[in-house]
Design a protein around this ligand. Structure first.
Ligand code: NAP
Length: 543
């Protein structure tokens, strides 16, 4: 269906039945489904092409730590059969190639306007439409607005003073340039040791002259032990896709992996040590499923944390560095777990050193590098892998005004509020994909994207059939859902750590774990139940 263009009070206005903000996996699927249902749809994307996080995160070593077979669309059997992953854990470049393949295959680019950042979004109460303005000076209108802006698309601002003084090359992991960066013969500094820093360090160390890693809070990381996908294995996977997808839908995270039902202390010491050794040797996500109470029993968690700390001592030769690399003071997995390739081993290389920023905080950029509380370190290249204003940041970065002038920044002042992470009270026909208060970052994001998009499109079709104009969450349903999310979170160890999960990496952000920790499978059941019960907890207006 064509998009209408008409002259509005401030020039040409393009109007669609649905506007999708974002061209990551959630946005791309939303465009596809809405189009299939015959709606006029338009996508707006700040980047120059599809891919979302993978469009921006082109840093050396970028890789997904969800297996490629799980981290791929399930909605199209044809696409599943046509695309073949080359590695068990795909590199960022391969995932981006996959996003482009899907975009070509489904002609998704024709629905998008790229290089367009949405700046304001406001609900017109009288006309019951959303109006959007962009950095390109355009105006758009839509009956339905689908926010697929992702949880990790707004990098944390550089919070070390003097960045503009630095005369060398400065890069941010989350906004990596599209040209190749050559590290050979250069003194490189990496700031930050979350998932991004941990992937960057071993790869940059291969070619640079020297590498200084600036670590504040150490992360727990486990060996990924990535493998090539053989032709035989790829064929077996393709033959069994339906079964694999069905199995994934029944799991907590939306991925296929063994998950024990045995609590740690129910297993004899020798056996549990063997289990941990085996998981370490096999690598990847095995570890997460070893004990049923890993994320709820602090004493059990500490045993696993100690096991990993011992491995750090066994791997890193310099005892001072090994000690500094050991995470302490928070439960393992309460910060986002990392999977790495040769991360700890990299610290045994003679040209790699670690600066412990708790002992020696970075105070400023200088013209020639970084100054810490103790010294100046000369660097040719500085890579900031310092994280994101996650979950809420991307939506709050847009000036969003709902019904009766309600600002999103006001509605979310004490933390994000939503119903099922899909709808908000006071924001009619504004649908969120993969938003706060859903399983979000604990789930396989592509499964969640598909689940959310399908729910949203079904809801829009329901409104069309029933002659309804708008839908939003009731205040009561939103409050009840937020309480449920909070109560489940409080039973876990996630709330115990200061991390981007709890918002403490951004100054002034309300602290809280605004993620549904009850499992993607349970969440899917709840969302389906709400729809089946005639959209319980939602209120509609008639056309
Ligand atoms: P992150 O986990 O938030 O890590 C940021 C790091 O920067 C932390 O170690 C932080 O230390 C440090 N930092 C921030 N400001 C600093 C400063 N001024 N001085 C020194 N250190 C500073 O960010 P991320 O590594 O980009 O990862 C974010 C999320 O993206 C991941 O958790 C994951 O969900 C996703 N991701 C996934 C993959 C994957 O699939 N493998 C790869 C990359 C990212 P403090 O903690 O002390 O603040």
């Amino acid at each position: 269906m064509d998009i209408n263009t008409s002259a509005g009070p401030t020039g040409a206005v393009r109007r669609a039945q649905a506007i999708v903000v974002g061209a990551g996996f959630g946005g791309m699927y939303a465009i596809h489904r809405l189009r299939q249902e015959g709606l006029s749809v338009l996508g707006l994307e700040a980047g120059g092409d599809v891919g979302g996080t993978w469009y921006w995160n082109r840093y050396p070593g970028a890789r997904c730590d969800v297996t490629s077979i799980d981290y791929s669309y399930a909605f199209s059997q044809a696409i599943e059969q046509e695309w073949t992953w080359s590695e068990v854990f795909a590199a960022g470049s391969e995932i981006l190639a996959y996003a482009n393949f899907v975009a070509d295959r489904l002609d998704l680019r024709s629905a998008y306007q790229f290089n367009t950042r949405v700046q304001t979004i406001a609900f017109d109460d009288a006309r019951r439409v959303w109006t959007l303005t962009t950095d390109q000076g355009q105006r758009f209108e839509a009956d339905n607005l689908i926010m697929a802006t992702g949880p990790l698309s707004l990098p944390k601002p550089v919070d070390i003073p003097g960045a503009d003084r630095f005369k060398g090359e400065l890069y941010r992991s989350g906004k990596w340039p599209h040209h190749a960066v050559d590290f050979s013969g250069k003194r490189v500094g990496v700031v930050g040791t979350g998932s991004s820093g941990i992937q960057i360090v071993p790869v940059v160390a291969e070619t640079c002259q020297s590498l200084t890693v600036f670590q504040r809070t150490p992360s727990f990381t486990l060996p990924m032990r990535n493998k090539k996908v053989s032709e035989d294995y790829a064929a077996q996977l393709k033959a069994n896709m339906a079964g694999l997808r069905a199995a994934a839908r029944t799991t907590f995270t939306g991925g296929v992996r063994p998950l024990s039902t045995r609590p740690l202390f129910s297993i004899p010491v020798e056996e549990r040590n063997e289990l941990m050794e085996e998981a370490w040797a096999k690598g990847a996500l095995q570890f997460l499923g070893l004990f049923s109470d890993l994320l709820t029993n602090a004493a059990a968690n500490e045993i696993v944390a100690d096991f990993v700390r011992d491995k750090i001592s066994q791997t890193v030769k310099d005892p001072v560095t090994a000690e500094a690399l050991k995470p302490r003071g928070y439960p393992i997995y309460a910060r986002r777990p990392c999977l790495d390739t040769q991360y700890y081993e990299t610290y045994n290389l003679p040209h790699v050193s670690l600066v412990d920023c708790f002992e020696e905080p970075i105070s400023a950029f200088t013209e020639t590098g970084l100054r810490t509380s103790q010294r100046e370190i000369a660097l040719d290249v500085i890579i900031m892998a310092t994280g994101y204003d996650a979950l809420t940041g991307p939506m709050l970065a847009i000036d969003i005004t709902g019904r009766d002038g309600l600002k999103l920044s006001e509605a979310w002042r004490d933390g994000p509020r939503s119903y099922l992470a899909l709808l908000m009270h006071g924001f009619p026909n504004l649908f969120i994909i993969g938003g706060p208060n859903g399983p979000s970052i604990l789930a396989n994001y592509i499964r969640l994207d598909e689940l959310n998009v399908d729910w949203v499109v079904d809801c829009i079709l329901h409104m069309q059939r029933e002659g309804l104009a708008t839908v939003e969450a009731t205040a009561e349903a939103q409050t009840r859902w937020s309480q449920t999310v909070g109560e489940i979170a409080d039973r876990t160890l996630y709330v115990k750590a200061d991390t981007w999960y709890t918002g403490t990496n951004i100054e002034g952000k309300p602290r809280g774990f605004f993620v549904f920790a009850g499992g993607l499978n349970r969440y899917a059941e709840i969302c389906a139940g709400v729809a089946a019960a005639g959209y319980e907890g939602c209120c509609f207006t008639a056309r």
